[in-house]
Design a protein around this ligand. Structure first.
Ligand code: PEP
Ligand code: MN
Length: 341
C-alpha cells in the first residue's frame, strides 16, 4: 500500500506514520517526490490495509497497490528514477551506452577496446570477469584478476565499470571493484543473489531472464528494492521463443511496457538478443526509438579471436558508425546521445 502524505506534511508527521507502519508489521520505504513524500509500505499482502492510517496528521490518502510488485511500481513513484554513476545519469534525457568485450581477456585487449569505445561516446565499460557459460569447459573468465584489470582501465580512461556477479559469496568482492553490478539473465531469479546485491550499496543492472515475463522481471527487481537499494537499471536482452533464426527474440515491446509499469530506467542489449553483429545496428536503433534509456553493446577489436561471443561483437569501427546512427534516432525521439568521434 502507499501512504500519500500531504504536500505540507513535516518530518515529524512522516516519522510518526513510518513508526506506526513498523508497529503494524510493515516495512516503510520513504520516497521523496517533487511535490510530496509517499511512503511505500511493504509486508505480508494478507494484512488488510488499514484506512485508519488516513486519520494520522499529515496523511492525505492511503491507496492499495494493485500490482504484485510495489516499490518498483509507477503507482508508488510516478517520477522516473535517475541512477547516478560517477558523472553519468541513467534514466534522464541523455542516453547512456555501456560497451566493451563480452569477457575481460587481457590488459592489452581491454585497454584497446576501452579507449576505442570511449572515443565513440560510451561512458561505461562492460566486461565479464566471472562468466556464466553454458558449457563448464568454456572460458569462465579471469575472475579476481579480471576485476583488477577493469579497475585499472577505469583509472586510465575515466570510464565507469559494469561487470557481472554470479554468486552471493562473490558480491562483496565484485562490489569492491565495480561501479555497477550486473545480474545476468541466467541469475534473474536467483533470489539469494538478488537480496545480497540489494544490500551491497552499488547500482545494479538486472538483465531479463531468458524465459521470464515482464512481471517476473519486475518482481526480481522488487527483491533488490526491498533491501532498500533503489538503484536498479533493467536490461532487456531478448527472450527465448519458438523463433530460432536469432539467438533470442528482442522483446521491444517490453521497453514501453516497463516505462508504463515502473519508474526504473530500462536499457537494451542488442548483442545477446540478436546474437549476430549484423543485427546490432538495427536493433539498437529500434531500442532507442522505443524509448530505451540506453544500450549495452559488445565490442571487440579482433572479434574473430574473441574468447566468447565474437560473432555478435562489433568492431570499434562498426561501433562508431552505430553510435552516429543511434544519435540521429535519439534526436528524432527527443533524446540525446553524445558521439565523440
Ligand atoms: C553478458 O552480458 O555478458 C551476458 C552473459 O549476458 P546475458 O546474461 O544477457 O546472457
Ligand atoms: Mn556475451
Amino acid at each position: 500500500m502507499i501512504i500519500v502524505m500531504q504536500a505540507e506534511a513535516d518530518q515529524d508527521q512522516i516519522q510518526d506514520v513510518e513508526a506506526q507502519l513498523s508497529r503494524m508489521g510493515f516495512t516503510p520505504h520513504r520516497i521523496k517526490g517533487v511535490l510530496r513524500t509517499v511512503i511505500g509500505a511493504v509486508g505480508d499482502p494478507k494484512i488488510v490495509y488499514p484506512t485508519s492510517l488516513e486519520r494520522l496528521p499529515g496523511v492525505d490518502k492511503v491507496l492499495p497497490v494493485t500490482a504484485p510488485y510495489q516499490l518498483v511500481s509507477r503507482q508508488v513513484k510516478p517520477d522516473d528514477s535517475l541512477i547516478r554513476v560517477g558523472d553519468t545519469v541513467i534514466g534522464g534525457e541523455a542516453l547512456v551506452v555501456m560497451a566493451g568485450p563480452c569477457a575481460v581477456e587481457s590488459w592489452d585487449h581491454l585497454i584497446t577496446v576501452a579507449r576505442q569505445v570511449k572515443l565513440s561516446g560510451a561512458s561505461i565499460l562492460r566486461g565479464g570477469a566471472f562468466k556464466p557459460r553454458t558449457s563448464p569447459y568454456s572460458f569462465q573468465g579471469l575472475e579476481h584478476e579480471g576485476l583488477k584489470l577493469l579497475a585499472r582501465a577505469r583509472e586510465e580512461t575515466g570510464l565507469t565499470i559494469v561487470t557481472e556477479v554470479l554468486t552471493p559469496q562473490e558480491v562483496e568482492l565484485v562490489a569492491r571493484y565495480a561501479d555497477i553490478i550486473q545480474i545476468g539473465a541466467r541469475n534473474m531469479q536467483n533470489f539469494s543473489l538478488l537480496r545480497e546485491v540489494g544490500r551491497c550499496g552499488k547500482p545494479v543492472l538486472l538483465k531479463r531472464g531468458l524465459a521470464s515475463t515482464v512481471e517476473e522481471w519486475l518482481m526480481a527487481a522488487e527483491y533488490i528494492l526491498a533491501e532498500k537499494n533503489y538503484q536498479v537499471i533493467l536490461c532487456e536482452r531478448g527472450i527465448r521463443t519458438f523463433e530460432n533464426s536469432t539467438r533470442s527474440t528482442l522483446d521491444i515491446s517490453s521497453v514501453p511496457q516497463i516505462k508504463q509499469l515502473s519508474h526504473l530506467p530500462v536499457i537494451v542489449d542488442p548483442s545477446h538478443a540478436g546474437g549476430s553483429w549484423r543485427l546490432v545496428l538495427p536493433l539498437s536503433l529500434a531500442a532507442i526509438a522505443s524509448g530505451a534509456d540506453g544500450l549495452m553493446v559488445e565490442v571487440h577489436h579482433k572479434p574473430a579471436e574473441a574468447f566468447c561471443d565474437g560473432g555478435q561483437s562489433l568492431t570499434p569501427e562498426n561501433f562508431a558508425s552505430m553510435m552516429s546512427a543511434a544519435a540521429r534516432v535519439a534526436a528524432a525521439v527527443g533524446r540525446s546521445l553524445p558521439v565523440v568521434c
